[in-house]
Design a protein around this ligand. Structure first.
Ligand code: PLP
Length: 357
């Protein structure tokens, strides 16, 4: 089975097999990892190793804290303005997709938002060039969503600004190298390229911590979570442990640099097949804004959608239904998707096209 779910998404098979073998006996504890204290040495060691492996994979500088939190990426839509609003009266937000729209709506409850670009009218089909962004002079920070999971719109460049850049990397973290030092805050829900749902990674520069309002929920205060090594309260232990396994798997497979080459090749193969299908399949996104991770495609004849989905499922290609706002199909091809999954998908797409041409 190849699982193309947008999230929670497929995990590497080798990781799942290892986890399965540790379910009844983990690390000499006589229990599974879910049944031991987060304060005990076995879990503390696994937690620290996971953080170190993530630091190694992303080359995270020492002046950044790495937090393992709950609440999902959505919790950060509020945590970011709360933690950073002391830096200015307003914040800049790029509106490039459904998730940035939600981030903006939540931020507005805590800070004035200046929307620097907005592609909602066109249905999120490209990322406008930086030269057209209406950046403000006095913003506290700039928020971006480099990969929009629903529309499959991605940009890998960073605008040239003097304020901290806060990036929602939920669906692109660890898919290609990035320079962490160029960001103020990076955050990601785990359930795509990291591990199970329930864990949220926040990578935050030291100097942005420590100015949290007294009247806001304490668990959103990066200082509280940093000072307690993300253990102010019970952390999501199973998800943290499993994320550690994924980080170790990625390291042993050449790290982010190596997986980026595979990701590029997977995406290129899929897009080039779609573009060469004489309009039978189309991807609605501008070529320079296409995501490596989420590839929507639409059938010229949408009456065939149900047959495509049933047939692909029978062929072992699961969770290809597109998001309801885009329609058609979406293949999410995160790190755990091997090239063999793309090859199987293309075989099916080609047979389906031949049948219906
Ligand atoms: N941001 C992006 C880019 C996403 O893809 C998602 C979920 O799919 C979210 C935020 C919301 O994440 P969560 O469900 O962890 O709150």
């Amino acid at each position: 089975i190849f699982n193309f779910s947008a999230g929670p998404a497929a995990l590497p098979l080798a990781v799942l097999e290892q986890v399965q073998s540790e379910m009844l006996e983990w690390n000499g504890t006589g229990a599974s990892v879910m049944e031991v204290s987060h304060r005990g040495a076995p879990f503390m060691q696994a937690a620290a190793q996971a953080e170190q492996d993530l630091r190694d994979l992303m080359h995270i500088p020492d002046n950044y804290k790495v937090l393992f939190l709950q609440g999902g990426a959505t919790s950060q839509f509020s945590a970011i303005p709360l933690n950073l609003k002391h830096l200015g009266g307003s914040a800049d937000y790029a509106h490039t997709g459904h998730w940035s729209k939600k981030a903006i709506a939540d931020a507005k409850r805590f800070i004035d938002v200046n929307v620097v670009c907005d592609t909602s009218e066109e249905g999120y089909k490209h990322v406008p060039a930086e030269s057209s962004w209406a950046l403000s002079d006095d913003s506290a920070y700039l928020h971006i969503t480099p990969n929009e999971t629903i529309a499959g719109v991605e940009f890998d460049w960073l605008p040239d600004v003097n304020v901290p850049i806060c990036a929602d990397l939920s669906s692109t973290i660890l898919s290609r190298p990035i320079d962490v030092a160029k960001y103020g805050i990076i955050y990601a829900g785990a359930q795509k390229n990291i591990g199970p749902a329930g864990l949220t990674i926040v990578i935050v520069r030291d100097d942005l911590i420590g100015h949290f309002p007294d009247d806001a929920p304490r668990l959103m205060d990066y200082q509280v979570m940093a000072e307690s090594d993300s253990m102010n309260n019970t952390p999501p232990t199973f998800a943290w442990y499993l994320a550690g396994k994924v980080f170790a798997w990625l390291k042993s497979n050449g790290g982010v640099e190596a997986v980026a080459e595979v990701n590029r090749a997977k995406a290129e193969k899929l897009y080039s097949y779609i573009d060469g299908s004489d309009g039978f399949y189309t991807n609605p996104v501008a070529v320079d804004s296409r995501s490596w991770m989420n590839v929507p495609f639409i059938l010229a004849n949408s009456d065939l959608d149900a047959e495509f989905l049933a047939g692909s499922h029978d062929a072992g290609l699961h969770a290809l239904k597109g998001h309801r706002s885009v329609g058609g199909m979406r293949a999410s091809i995160y790190n755990a998707m091997p090239m063999a999954g793309i090859d199987s998908l293309l075989d099916f797409m080609d047979q389906f096209k031949a049948k219906h041409r």
